[in-house]
Design a binder for this molecule. Structure first.
Ligand SMILES: CSC[C@@H](O)[C@@H](O)C(=O)COP(=O)(O)O
Length: 308
């Protein structure tokens, strides 16, 4: 589904070449870390079908792997599938396995995360989430939103505040769309309202996803996450990250080693600032492990802020 057109239009994309896939990833028609992992693996299947020549195929795989730099899932999914080249059938099978694993992980994260939120916050919980972490960003259900949906099914959720997520509004456009379809009570807030709403006692926990979790527990996620983490710490409420093991990157020791995608001026300046204004536009930020109450994966609940 072309995520840039939501919520106004639901248009399905049929991507048949590596170049089309890379373009869709770069303009965020396909986005979200686990979904990028699946897309990366499927992209290698496209490369296998498109190119008989080893060098051309390797170049196509490189294009897929590096389409966006921050979410570890993309390169990881592509490399996993590429290990089975040149067989198209074997690569496709592996790509579909990546997809199926993400579906299974979402279900398990939903259960584990909901148990944790209920343990930390009790009944009738009010959550704040950032960016979009539902089925659009994964395959089905999601990461942080899988927890939200599970809490809703359990009758344990009072409501969700979705923060807009400037500048591309994944929260305002996509999270509200997914919450609305699932019948989850929600309200939209501008990003900068988050810490104040927490200070005013309107939020019991912050819950969001990740694009990369470093070996020390630093969480790299959509820009704005760090401000919510600071707000949560000041308000004394939990800050919970939900992400599959495929987003945990033991090879990156800490957040300062991660390449943060800068998406350039145009999408920030838009039509509001004077023509010619240049912008700084990091798409992600780093929340230090010391501010993270818990990281929930399909396998464990990791509390990186606690001394080991
Ligand atoms: C389950 S997705 C978690 C993250 O990938 C999500 O929070 C995020 O930051 C996505 O960024 P995006 O730039 O929209 O791809």
């Amino acid at each position: 589904m072309d995520q840039t057109l939501l919520p106004k239009e639901t248009v399905f994309l049929r991507l048949t070449t590596v170049e089309q896939l890379v373009e869709a990833i770069q303009r965020l028609a396909v986005r979200g870390a686990p979904a990028l992992g699946v897309a990366g693996a499927l992209g290698v299947a496209l490369a296998a079908r498109q190119h008989a020549d080893d060098e051309a195929r390797a170049q196509a795989v490189h294009l897929v792997e590096t389409a966006r730099p921050t979410a570890v899932n993309l390169a990881r999914g592509a490399r996993r599938a590429a290990a089975l080249l040149p067989s198209f059938d074997a690569v496709l099978e592996e790509a579909l396995r990546v997809r199926d694993e993400e579906i299974a992980s979402s279900a398990e994260m939903g259960r584990r995360g909901a148990d944790l939120v209920q343990e930390l916050c009790g009944p009738g919980v009010r959550l704040l989430t950032h960016c979009n972490t539902g089925g659009l960003a994964t395959v089905v259900e999601g990461t942080a939103l899988a927890v939200v949906f599970e809490l809703h099914r359990r009758g344990a959720l009072a409501g969700v505040i979705a923060s807009e997520t400037r500048p591309l509004l994944q929260g305002a456009r996509l999270t509200t769309w997914e919450l609305g379809r699932a019948g989850v009570p929600h309200r939209l807030a501008v990003d900068s309202a988050g810490p104040f709403l927490m200070a005013r006692g309107e939020v019991d926990a912050v819950i969001l996803g990740a694009d990369r979790i470093c070996a020390n527990g630093d969480v790299v996620n959509k820009v704005g996450s760090y401000a919510h983490a600071l707000g949560a710490a000041a308000a004394g409420i939990p800050f919970i990250c939900v992400a599959p093991e495929s987003t945990v990157d033991p090879d990156t020791p800490s957040g300062d080693k991660v390449e943060i995608e800068d998406r350039g001026s145009a999408e920030v300046v838009g039509t509001t600032a004077p023509e010619g204004t240049s912008a700084v536009n990091p798409a992600f930020d780093v929340t230090p492990a010391s501010l993270v109450t818990a990281i929930v994966t399909e396998q464990r609940v990791w509390r990186p802020a606690r001394p080991r």
